[in-house]
Design a protein around this ligand. Sequence first.
Ligand SMILES: Cc1cc2nc3c(=O)[nH]c(=O)nc-3n(C[C@H](O)[C@H](O)[C@H](O)COP(=O)(O)OP(=O)(O)OC[C@H]3O[C@@H](n4cnc5c(N)ncnc54)[C@H](O)[C@@H]3O)c2cc1C
Length: 365
Amino acid sequence: MNNLNKLKSELEKINSTVKLDEPLAKYTTWRIGGPADIFFQANTINELSSAVKTANELNIPYTILGWGSNVLISDKGIRGLVIKNASKEIEIKGKSETNLPSVKEIEARLNVVDKDKYYNFDDLDYDESNSPTIEVNVASGVYLPYLINITIDKGITGLQWFAGIPGTVGGAVYNNIHGGTRFFSEVVKSVYVLNEEGEFITLSKNELEFDYDYSIFHNNNDVILSVNLILREGDKNRARETSIAWATRKRLQPANSAGCCFQNIEKTVQSELKLESNSWGYIIDKILGLKGKQIGNAKISEKHAAFIETQPGASSDDVLGLFEIIYEESKKKLGITPRTEIFFLGFEESEVNKYSSTKHESTNL
Ligand SMILES: Cc1cc2nc3c(=O)[nH]c(=O)nc-3n(C[C@H](O)[C@H](O)[C@H](O)COP(=O)(O)OP(=O)(O)OC[C@H]3O[C@@H](n4cnc5c(N)ncnc54)[C@H](O)[C@@H]3O)c2cc1C
């Protein structure tokens, strides 16, 4: 029996979701991606860690997939094991003495976001830092929109700013998602991980190096198993209204995308180049004139030019083709190149290196 077959039979002892050569497109919001050699869906934290440990024992590489809303998967697929994280546990631990700082910790980087252009949420923002805190432990596979709804149902607030973001809690921590002016790191107390050495450890928030579109998990192979959140016993009705209003505004963004593909440029670069906005939506639309540009079944969105929309049958080559045009035109016209906000899975490094943002750099001039 080769190692893949051994892995298959071990995973089948955990649950029956194991598939060989499973096409991955249906597990992503772009609906792009070739087959995984072997695919497994983890339905609990324990199943997730057992699958990772089993792959490690057999020396088979593994990739964690959350909701697939922030990834481009190669048409060639992903070698080794792909684990779709659908772990579901949620535990309300009760009142907490922990009061995470309410100040915007990432203020300096946040200033690079041009709030006057494209989606502005300032009118929906409010302060609830005087409300009592409550600790909630959530499995990394929990779908964030579901978590927002059920916590608000129970009178627990603090996640309403992230309504309309389609992803898991693990994905939210991995890239420190931002909703309007809020970052997910503002509600994270600690994260329970299975680290590269095979140990189960708890990392506190200050060990996670949170920044704009960044956490320490970009630079290691730790698997995020669960997250301890510090939320609020705030105004339930206001939180509900805010989450609905927020999600409604975000519905203007195309769902058949991977969200905004490019990080906003630094304010200093914006002023050097005398640009009206630091958003790539503005640059691609007004400066590069590429809004609506199509390759195959992928298109630069007419609604927001930093989004790439796909139609059924789109390939990773179609999306990379658009990245290449944006990259080259921007270099030619402005002397800068965009940094992507998405993660490339299953590619050779040489295929995507120049678009990738996995290295944490603060300038792209
Ligand atoms: C319509 C639309 C709107 C969006 N709006 C926003 C927005 O407002 N703000 C924002 O920040 N983002 C936004 N996004 C991007 C995306 O939804 C978020 O980044 C989301 O949190 C990704 O989570 P995921 O579970 O889908 O992660 P995936 O896309 O499945 O994975 C992303 C990366 O995280 C890694 N990963 C995932 N889970 C784990 C884990 N448990 N352990 C270790 N690594 C893990 C994966 O290996 C991969 O490298 C939007 C996307 C869409 C399609």
